[in-house]
Design a binder for this molecule. Structure first.
Ligand code: AMP
Length: 506
C-alpha cells in the first residue's frame, strides 16, 4: 500500500543536503531539514512510549516556535491527530476543547501548567507536557532520549490528520476534521498554482494555531524544500529587514495595512520578492491599489477556510483582480446557489458552496451539525455569500449571518461598506444589523475615522448626506457610530458579533 501519510509526502520533497535550512530564526539559529526529521522522529517515538496510538489526539496550546511546528509534524508522522489551540484561549475554552476531543497528550505552556493539569484531570487526559516560548520544556526533555529515526506510520488518505476548531463567532466552536488527503490535495495544488520554485524563501509571520500559518504557508515551503524565516509574529521592523532576503510573503490584510502605514516601506524592500499573498479576511481595494503603487507588486488574494484550506485564488500569471478572490482552484469546485437551491446567474449574489478533495470530512462528534452543513448532493455550505462575474472571478460579499434584513429586504454589508470607505476621512467601516421594532433589523454603520484632519471632521450627518441619492433609502444606515478602530480577531477578521453586542440596546 502506498503510504498516504502527509508527512511521507512532505519528507519525500525535503532536500537531501544535510545542511539545507528549513527554519531560520530571529536569533540567527537555523533548523535544517535534517534537524526537523530527527526531532520529529524523537517526538513521534515519545508519543508511542507514552501509550498513545494512531488516531489519538495530540492537543497543543503553545507559542509559535520551531519545536511547535515539529510537534505538529511528529503527530501526523506518528498517525496521531493534531489539535492546535490558540494560546489566547482561557479556562472555559480549554475545558471545552479537552472535554470534547479527549486528547491522549496535551502540550501546554509552563505558565498555564496548573490550569492544564486541572482541566486535563477533569477530561481524563493522561499526559500533560510543557513547551515554553523559548522552545524548551518537559516535552523536549522527554523526547531527547528517544531515537532520532522513526518509520513514518502508514496512513490511508481518509485517516484523520488534524482537528481544527473553528473560530466560532456564533454558537459552539466546532472541530473540523481534516484528513491526510484533504491536506495533501490542497498543499500540492497551492504549491503548483503559486508556482513555488527552487530557491524560494518564505517569510513566515503567521500564527501556527490556524490553517493559514500551520497548513497553507508551512506546507508550501516544506513541499518546496524551502527555507522559511520563521518569525514568532508579525513585526514591522522585522518584516522590513527580512523582505529583501525573501521571495514569498503570506499575510492577513492587517499586515499589508501596517506595511503601508510605514513611511519607509518602498520598492527597495521588495526588489527580490516574487509573490505577496493575502487572505483570511477581505483585502480592501484601496490597500490592494496602494500596495501596487508603493511596492510595484500586485497582491494575490485568495479565499478559504478552516473546513478545507483554500478554495479559490487569483491567478499567478493572469490578471489579479482587486476586490475578488479569483478562480476556483483546480482541486475545488465552487458554486453560487440562491436560497431556493437554484444556481445564481452571473453577477447575482448567493450562497457559496464547495466540494473537492480538500474539503473536510465533518465536524468532530457532531454528525447532525455535519449533515446540516452539507447539501444532499455532497456540497459544503461555506456560510459565505458571494458572486461570480462574467470572467469567472469570485467575489466574497460577506458571511450569510452578517446579512442585514431590514423591512424584509436584504442588505449586503459590503456594498455599503465600500461606499463609506471611499468617503474622505474614512479609514474603514463595518455594517451590522441591530434589532429594530419596525424593520426587524436596522442598518447600523461603525465607521473608523482616518487619523488626519478629514477624519476629525467626519460627522454622522455628513456621511448620511454623502450616501443619500447613491443608495436606496432602505440601505442607508439608521445610525452611525464613529470610532478609532474595529475589534479584530487574531487573523484580522472584524468581529461583527462583538460590534452587535456593543451597540445593541444603545
Ligand atoms: P477561518 O476558518 O478562520 O479561516 O475563516 C474563514 C472565513 O474567512 C471564510 O469563511 C470567509 O468568511 C473569510 N475569508 C477568508 N479569506 C477571505 C478573503 N480573501 N476575503 C474575504 N473573506 C475571507
Amino acid at each position: 500500500m502506498h503510504n498516504e501519510n502527509l508527512y511521507a509526502l512532505l519528507a519525500s520533497r525535503f532536500p537531501k543536503r544535510p545542511d539545507a535550512p528549513c527554519m531560520i530564526l530571529a536569533d540567527g539559529r537555523v533548523w535544517t531539514y535534517q534537524d526537523v526529521e530527527c526531532a520529529s522522529a524523537r517526538m513521534a517515538n515519545l508519543m508511542f512510549s507514552l501509550g498513545l496510538r494512531p488516531g489519538d489526539r495530540v492537543a497543543a496550546q503553545v507559542e509559535k516556535t520551531p519545536e511547535a511546528l515539529v510537534l505538529y509534524l511528529a503527530a501526523i508522522r506518528a498517525g496521531m491527530v493534531f489539535l492546535p489551540l490558540n494560546p489566547a484561549y482561557q479556562r472555559q475554552e480549554i475545558d471545552y476543547f479537552l472535554g470534547d476531543a479527549k486528547p491522549g497528550l496535551f502540550v501546554c505552556r509552563p505558565q498555564t501548567r496548573a490550569l492544564a493539569n486541572e482541566l486535563a484531570a477533569k477530561a481524563g487526559v493522561a499526559n500533560v507536557l510543557e513547551l515554553g516560548d523559548d522552545g524548551r520544556g518537559s516535552l523536549i526533555d522527554a523526547a531527547t532520549p528517544h531515537p532520532d529515526t522513526f518509520d513514518t506510520l502508514k496512513r490511508k488518505g481518509d485517516d484523520l490528520a488534524a482537528i481544527l476548531y473553528t473560530s466560532g463567532t456564533t454558537g459552539r466552536s466546532k472541530g473540523a476534521m481534516l484528513t491526510h488527503r484533504n491536506l495533501a490535495v490542497n498543499a500540492l495544488t497551492l504549491h503548483e498554482y503559486w508556482q513555488f520554485t527552487p530557491g524560494d524563501v518564505l517569510l513566515h509571520m503567521l500564527p501556527t494555531f490556524h490553517v493559514h500559518g500551520l497548513f497553507i504557508a508551512s506546507h508550501c515551503a516544506l513541499l518546496n524544500g524551502s527555507a522559511m524565516f520563521f518569525e514568532n509574529k508579525f513585526d514591522i521592523a522585522r518584516a522590513l529587514k527580512l523582505l529583501p532576503q525573501s521571495t514569498v510573503f503570506m499575510g492577513v490584510p492587517t499586515y499589508y495595512v501596517r506595511l503601508l502605514a510605514e513611511q519607509g516601506f518602498s520598492r527597495e524592500h521588495c526588489a527580490d520578492m516574487r509573490l505577496f499573498i493575502s487572505g483570511s479576511a477581505p483585502l480592501l481595494k484601496e490597500t490592494f491599489d496602494e500596495f501596487v503603487k508603493r511596492s510595484g507588486h500586485v497582491i494575490l488574494e485568495r479565499y478559504g477556510m478552516t473546513e478545507g484550506g483554500m478554495f479559490t485564488s487569483n491567478p499567478y500569471d493572469g490578471e489579479r483582480r482587486g476586490g475578488t478572490v479569483g478562480f476556483p482552484l483546480p482541486c475545488t469546485k465552487v458554486r453560487i446557489i440562491d436560497d431556493q437551491g437554484a444556481p445564481c446567474k452571473t453577477g447575482a449574489i448567493g450562497n457559496i458552496q464547495v466540494r473537492g478533495g480538500n474539503v473536510f470530512v465533518g465536524y468532530w462528534q457532531m454528525p447532525e451539525k455535519t449533515k446540516e452543513e452539507f447539501t444532499a448532493d455532497g456540497w459544503f455550505k461555506t456560510g459565505d455569500m458571494g458572486m461570480l462575474d462574467a470572467d469567472g472571478y469570485v467575489s466574497i460579499i460577506g458571511r450569510s449571518k452578517d446579512l442585514v434584513i431590514t423591512g424584509g429586504l436584504n442588505v449586503y454589508p459590503k456594498e455599503i461598506e465600500g461606499m463609506i470607505d471611499a468617503l474622505p476621512g474614512v479609514a474603514e467601516s463595518a455594517i451590522i444589523g441591530l434589532p429594530h421594532p419596525d424593520f426587524g433589523e436596522a442598518v447600523t454603520a461603525v465607521v473608523v475615522r482616518a487619523k488626519n484632519d478629514r477624519g476629525a471632521a467626519l460627522s454622522e450627518a455628513g456621511i448620511i448626506a454623502a450616501l443619500r441619492g447613491e443608495l436606496a433609502n432602505f440601505k442607508l444606515p439608521k445610525t452611525i457610530h464613529l470610532v478609532d478602530d474595529l475589534p479584530r480577531n487574531a487573523m484580522g477578521k472584524v468581529q461583527k458579533n462583538v460590534l452587535r453586542e456593543r451597540y445593541s440596546g444603545k
